[in-house]
Design a protein around this ligand. Structure first.
Ligand SMILES: [Zn+2]
Ligand SMILES: [Zn+2]
Length: 357
């Protein structure tokens, strides 16, 4: 067996370096994974641009990882060598902190973020804490599953936990890496879906993804447009603009909630009047736990939801990252590893027939 593997390290903010690393045995609570595919996510900028406070380099980014276990630590239970698994943004809960004991694994106090505080999936091999592993169903290809572990989980989990019932109006702000999944999930969950983005050119795509309504925020007032539809029960924010997010709060029906999923620097300014009169809420949601990640994969397969992906070989990670950051990815870039490509497994499953309604 090879004693080293290829990895893409970030050595300083904005600096990618292609290296070979020595193969290490997994720690007692870890699995070693032969990575097949890894999605490129906007949150990778926490590592690549050095935006995460106190981040240390070199660091391998990537938190949408799918591969096969090739070695297990001595204390790992419930996982097997050869099993195909995924790793998302949350690196694995501790099991003993207050939040873990209360069943809130996402808020675990002792949880690393994959690709930020430990090395992630821009590599042929990754070590992952077993408590963070997600089981990948056989029906899902690794390239298709990868983006669902972060972008899919984040949008699916937020919508599944949201207080909307079938038939309620759900607004999705932004039709990018997160938003194009959120629109599909919202439609598949039985909501009336309004997609909001800037420009008329996104209207056809929004409808193809399943939106019943398209609101061009550059042409019309978003809040008025939502109120004309009766007001949104839920608005999920997948874009980073604070003003656009604030507009959805004004477009909520009483008791409605705007859920922020995309992180950006611009403050979201809402008036106390809009919150108090009508009991509207503004909240955030961070990804989800491993069981919800498995539910995301199951629901996606059952309902035909998939990410639109573009696969790129590992060695072109820097170019893939740059394309994503420029907003030119349509819609998720997925890195593929040489051995996986050689095995012929890297083809994305063709999307099912586009929706006609
Ligand atoms: Zn992510
Ligand atoms: Zn914990």
């Amino acid at each position: 067996m090879e004693t080293s593997y290829a990895a893409i390290e970030v050595t300083a903010p904005g600096q990618f370096s292609s290296v070979r690393r020595p193969l290490r045995d997994p720690g007692a609570d870890e699995a070693r994974i032969r990575v097949e595919a890894c999605g490129v996510c906007h949150s990778d900028s926490a590592t690549v641009d050095g935006a995460w406070p106190g981040i240390s380099f070199p660091r391998v980014p990537g938190h949408e990882v799918v591969g096969r276990i090739d070695a297990l630590g001595s204390s790992v239970r419930g996982w097997a060598v050869g099993q195909r698994v995924g790793v998302g943004f949350l690196g694995g809960s501790c099991g003993y902190c207050e939040f873990c004991r209360g069943g809130d694994l996402v808020s675990c106090r002792n949880q690393d973020y994959t690709g930020i505080q430990h090395d992630g999936g821009y590599a042929e091999v990754m070590l992952a804490k077993a408590s963070g592993l997600v089981s990948i169903p056989e029906g899902a290809s690794s390239v298709d599953a990868a983006p669902l572990l972060c972008a899919g989980l984040t949008t699916f989990s937020a919508l599944r936990n949201a207080p909307a019932k079938a038939g309620d109006l759900v607004a999705v702000l932004g039709i990018g890496g997160l938003g194009h999944l959120a629109v599909q999930y919202a439609r598949a969950m039985g909501f009336e879906v309004a997609a909001i983005a800037r420009g008329a050119d996104k209207a056809d795509l929004a409808k193809e993804l399943g939106a019943h309504h398209y609101i061009d925020s550059a042409a019309v007032d978003t809040a008025e447009a939502l109120r004309a539809l009766g007001g949104a029960r839920v608005a999920v924010i997948t874009a980073s603009g604070g003003k656009a997010a604030a507009a959805t709060v004004k477009g909520l029906r009483p008791g409605g909630v705007t859920i922020v999923l995309g992180v950006g620097g611009e403050p979201i300014e809402v008036s106390s009047v809009d919150l108090v009169f009508g009991g509207r809420r503004l909240e955030g949601a961070l990804t989800g736990n491993p069981a919800t990640s498995e539910a995301t994969l199951r629901f996606s397969a059952l309902s035909g939801v998939s990410a639109m992906i573009e696969t790129v070989p590992l060695e072109e990670a820097a170019a893939a990252y740059a394309k994503m950051m420029e907003g030119k990815a349509r819609f998720r870039m997925v890195l593929t590893m040489p051995a996986y490509v050689a095995s012929g497994g890297s083809e994305a499953t063709p999307r099912r027939e586009e929706r006609t309604s």
